[in-house]
Design a protein around this ligand. Structure first.
Ligand code: NDP
Length: 501
């Protein structure tokens, strides 16, 4: 079967259903509805009713429901893993790891929502000392979530779990490549909780576009930068706020004092796991000249032992059109003087792409500038860490990053313009639920995970309560000249010092 045969059912005006296909074999995994604009609106209206009930529960009740959902998923994990394997092509071990880490996030969000969001007292300041000031984070209502296929559980749940824990209802549109996975975990929610606070709508881009326009209170999008711009434009029509988790071009930086075998191992896994289809995948390596040769030899030896195939550690490319993009990046790198020490021309097959390690690739080539989303890595020699940071930061993306250094890891990571960095490990930040996840620049904005991820799906509600009558009556037309003078004096005493001359 050729690549084109394995493309999912194309969007057709009359199509009411579409098939999800196994990217390794082209076989049909499941058939799903193409939800119309009207049906998406109906789902959002239904969600509004659910949001009223769900937001009316206290944090402890929501935690109990979310725990029941999490347990229901874990008890049937082999079923989910099998579906992830068949729909996305992901090796079963990787699918189990992804699902397990996603469950950790549900647990963290459920446990910490009360601590992060409940009403708390804040200082009212000297001029407002008669006031008691307090702040709480309230659910927005209905959150629309649009997700990608590459991590069909971990990625959307990064938004969904935090939105639910914050007291919102959710309508989720999974990628057309992995609709069954989304339907599966939403069904477990309804079974566990007894109400469809989490609903799924399926279809193609227009179904996602309809969700943007359906009156949701916020839209959380994860996908490519190009689609993110379209989503933001659609949401702008109704002033619907957006969270954009888009692509990346993450680097690994290797310092002269690094544990080079560990860095090579991490870079290879970061580049090639999930067939390189990872937003926080490693796509570039900047290696100190003192350890460059050792790093290239170590990664070459390891990569030569890796293979992509049906039962190998690297699975198929999920989205057939991506094969051409990966091929174009590799060819451009080779045409412009780069060398493949592993893989290279011919690495891109009908469904699988063999690991490809490229050296001497010019910094302005597309393999260095654009997101490749395949099992490829460019390695560049740098004279010092300043150059490594400068080249890393020259990207329009700013999602994640990795640093290998014994003495200066955190110092180097702190200089990298990205939402997250891992030091002497790879992608570790994503599995730490208390750390926020998200990017800057073309990688998007807003945060999932952690306290920031909970607050992302809320609005801040401030209350100032008068405790006793103020000494200075300021907010009245009866304010006296004397009060004005005393206020001016107070401001002078409090803030008048510290001028430079
Ligand atoms: P796409 O941008 O192609 O699609 C993302 C989602 O948007 C899909 O559900 C898609 O539906 C939907 N969609 C498509 N067109 C529209 C539209 N006009 N309006 C609303 N929704 C629409 O991304 P991919 O699925 O290919 O995912 C890969 C990308 O995601 C990579 O760039 C990767 O880096 C990024 N990503 C980012 C992450 C992060 O957290 N920063 C995490 C994981 C991935 P359909 O599939 O039906 O077309």
């Amino acid at each position: 079967m050729s690549i084109t045969d394995q493309a999912p059912a194309q969007e057709h005006p009359a199509a009411t259903t579409f098939d999800s296909l196994d990217p390794a074999t082209g076989q049909v995994v499941g058939t799903h509805p193409v939800h119309t604009e009207e049906q998406v609106r109906a789902a959002v209206e239904r969600a509004r009713v659910e949001a009223q009930w769900w937001s009316g529960l206290d944090f402890a009740d929501r935690r109990r429901h979310l725990t029941a959902w999490k347990a229901a998923m874990v008890q049937r994990l082999p079923e989910l893993v099998d579906l992830m394997h068949r729909e996305g092509g992901k090796p079963r071990g990787d699918a189990a790891l992804e699902a397990g880490l996603a469950v950790e996030h549900i647990a963290w969000a459920a446990k910490n929502a009360k601590r992060v969001l409940r009403r708390r007292r804040v200082p009212s300041g000297l001029t407002m000392v008669n006031q008691s000031a307090s702040l709480a984070y309230k659910p927005l209502g209905v959150i629309g979530v649009i997700g990608p296929w590459n991590y069909p559980v971990f990625t959307p749940l990064g938004s969904i779990a935090y939105a639910l824990a914050a007291g919102n209802a959710v309508v989720f549109k999974p990628s057309e490549y992995t609709p069954g996975v989304g339907e599966w975990f939403a069904a477990r929610f309804t079974e566990a909780v007894g109400r469809p606070v989490l609903q799924v709508v399926t279809g193609f881009g227009p179904t996602g576009a309809a969700l943007c326009r359906a009156g949701v209170d916020k839209l959380a999008f994860t996908g490519s930068t190009a689609t993110g711009k379209r989503v933001m434009a659609a949401c702008a029509e109704t002033l619907t706020p957006v969270l954009i988790e888009a692509g990346g071009k993450d680097s690994v930086i290797v310092d002269a004092d690094a544990d080079v075998p560990a860095a090579a191992d991490a870079a290879l896994w970061g580049a090639c796991s999930n067939a390189g289809q990872t937003c926080i995948g490693v796509e570039r390596a900047y290696v100190h000249e003192k350890v460059y040769d050792e790093f290239v030899s170590a990664i070459t030896a390891k990569a030569q032992a890796l293979h992509a195939g049906p039962d190998d550690k690297i699975g198929p490319i999920t989205m057939p059109s991506q094969l051409d993009a990966i091929d174009a990046h590799v060819r451009d790198a080779l045409d412009r003087g780069g060398r493949a020490v592993v893989g290279g021309a011919g690495a891109v097959g009908d469904r699988f792409v063999q690991p490809t390690i490229l050296v001497d690739v010019p910094e302005d080539s597309i393999a260095v500038q654009e997101e490749t989303f395949g099992p490829t890595l460019t390695i560049t020699k740098v004279r010092d860490m300043d150059e490594a940071v400068e080249l890393t930061n020259a990207s329009r993306y700013g999602l994640g990053n990795t640093v290998f250094s014994k003495a200066e890891g955190v110092t180097i990571a702190d200089r990298v313009r990205s939402g997250m960095s891992a030091v002497n490990g790879v992608i570790t930040f994503a599995a730490i639920p208390s750390l926020p996840f998200g990017g800057i620049g073309d990688s998007g904005f807003g945060r999932i995970h952690g306290a920031d991820g909970l607050k992302e799906f809320t609005y801040a509600k401030a209350i100032a309560r008068q405790r006793f009558k103020p000494a200075l009556e300021l907010t009245t037309f009866d304010r006296t000249d004397k009060a004005d003078q005393r206020f001016a004096k107070l401001i002078g005493v409090m803030h008048g010092r510290g001028a430079k001359d």
